[in-house]
Write a protein that binds this ligand. Sequence first.
Ligand SMILES: *[C@@H]1O[C@H](CO)[C@@H](O)[C@H](O)[C@H]1NC(C)=O
Ligand SMILES: *[C@@H]1O[C@H](CO)[C@@H](O)[C@H](O)[C@H]1NC(C)=O
Ligand SMILES: *[C@@H]1O[C@H](CO)[C@@H](O)[C@H](O)[C@H]1NC(C)=O
Ligand SMILES: [Zn+2]
Length: 670
Amino acid sequence: MIFRILLGSFLVFALSLVHAERALPQGIRSPAKREVRATAQDFFDYIHKDYQPRAEKLTAEDVEASWKFNTNITAHNEQEMIASSEKVAKFDKEIATYIRANFKDVDFSANATLKRVRDKLVLLGDANLPDAEFSELQTVEARMKNIYSTAKVCKTIGVHADDVEDKCPKEHQLELEPGITQLIQNSRDEPLLKHLWKSWRDATGRHMKHDYARYVVLKNKGAQMDGYADNGAAWRSTYVEPDLEYLDQNFIDEAEGIWQQLKPLYEQLHAYVRHSLQTQYPTVRGLRNPKGPIPAHLLGNMWAQQWSNLQDFSRPHPDKPSLDVTPAMVEKNYTANGMFHMSDDFFASLGLIRMPGKFWDHSMLSKPDPKERLVVCHASAWDFYNREDFRIKQCTDIRMKDFITVHHEMGHVEYFLQYKDQWIPFRDGANDGFHEAVGDTLALSVSTPGHLEKLGLLKNYNSNDKDAEINFMFSTALEKIAFLPFGLVMDMYRYDVFNGKIKTTELNAQWWKYVNKYQGICSPVGRSEDDFDPGAKYHTAADVPYMRYFVSFVIQFQFHEALCNAAGHKGELHTCDIDSSKAAGKLMADALSLGSSEPWQVAMKKLTGQEKMDAGPLMKFFKPLQDWLRKENDRRKQKAGWSDDVTCTGSRTIASVLALVALFVLSLLR
Ligand SMILES: *[C@@H]1O[C@H](CO)[C@@H](O)[C@H](O)[C@H]1NC(C)=O
Ligand SMILES: *[C@@H]1O[C@H](CO)[C@@H](O)[C@H](O)[C@H]1NC(C)=O
Ligand SMILES: *[C@@H]1O[C@H](CO)[C@@H](O)[C@H](O)[C@H]1NC(C)=O
Ligand SMILES: [Zn+2]
């Protein structure tokens, strides 16, 4: 998976809840009355001489324990990892309590940076909870993650997910990776897709529904003890900058506003793909409504979040080349290690920092022999917070998708390297979205046909061929545009669960309302409140916020445009390749090296010349495709948009037919 960055658990505690200015919690008093009020200088000394050296040491040990487990799954390594995170939680609590007691009233008016450090370190999140509730939350979370990661389904249609052990032959038992995923991507057998889609949800979300409700209560309690309204507000605090009068509601409004800006493009893509699917699956009932939402199981992805696997039958110009250079990579004997060195060379060509020696010594760049050790394959980038140890763990396959993922993960490490000399609380992205956007921004250059040609991966590409260019943009859109509403709905939904707008008695019904509203997707089978479909996604089960990916997919185009301008690019945005531009690299480095020491708007301004998130550059990038899609949809008489059916089982269609008949009869009676 592309979407993962693993920070040490310490930083997850301390830094996932940042920035917001608020009164310190009631009830925490200085244990010892101080005669003299502490000064900013006292605080600086404490951080510099006491906190930072201890935190660096403890964090490096903690990340090491976690690394060991993730690259060698054994019970022993798991125990070590849990013991280590308990130690870190205790340390966090000690630090926060000490700072709350001793540095609550310090006059920081002369130094906003120090105040920023203080405000980050007093936040505790889950660790605020009384011991019993803290361990209850740990248990609930572990159980949900366990349900998710051990879920199995049966390939045989008709065998229910709950009966896999008893009624499914071993060779038909499938896990998410690789078995289920491969079928969802490549099979065009509609009944099988529907069976897998439903079974995965029976095996996961349905079993964690009660745990999730309890999780919501406990997460809210911890967040409220930090002074947030609820856990959603705590998650959003990475985007909130009270000093700039950019408040919680501003962020929500801005995310929604950006979505409105993007929606016309998504709707054109949606209408075009819906029609391609109708042609591909002419007998599927749920697809017959020409203005309906798209059934969720047909989009080549378990969550309908990226549609790249539909290219074979939906490419605008089937006679023109696809831009998938996987065969060329195989032919050229690419290796995982080689792919990482190519990415490193690209970063270096921009004047960015190369991966240090230890990176190459300690990273895990391909999947080890399972007979030797089991590993968590999910790709991730690791900062050990000791200023010298940075690693990537990825089970790299030799294919284009993984080549892009390599750049994504390297972008995280480049960010780690750029901010490594900041104080620990500032070794983080300007906001969560920034961290995800770095590698993707560079990958926008790397995946242009021009650059692939330079690498010798694309032969005979005619850059004047407009049809091939539309194919290229279409494949980019299946990955980047199809994702946007999913990136938004995951947290728009969870925000409203945390704030109580969505009641625990309607968790699933509301999920489908939100999915319909943003994605225009419907459930291929009937659903009830015994189901919990958001739990079929890793990030729900594993307590990981998701808005960062929506933000990243928007701002990476802003970054790309700014770097292209710095590189002196002439011509359309989608043809830009910043390769070897030191000016572009410097622009990037100057913003990244701030870490989170300044509001994200400062980093945004450094990079793009203005402070706001904006979908303008993304819309500019895809303008030629949007024009083409609009024309093609008109030609095919496809109308953009969708009705508000939350299931596409066909029953709704029957209902509307009956309604029409009733109207007809009524009109006769008149
Ligand atoms: C995996 O961890 C175990 C400890 O549980 C250790 O004995 C073993 O040597 C490790 N294997 C590798 C390949 O590192
Ligand atoms: C704030 O304090 C830090 C640490 O002493 C220092 O590096 C920084 O320059 C100070 N900033 C201002 C604006 O005085
Ligand atoms: C790739 O490896 C094969 C087999 O080892 C070899 O025959 C071929 O020449 C290599 N191709 C390139 C481009 O190096
Ligand atoms: Zn990432």
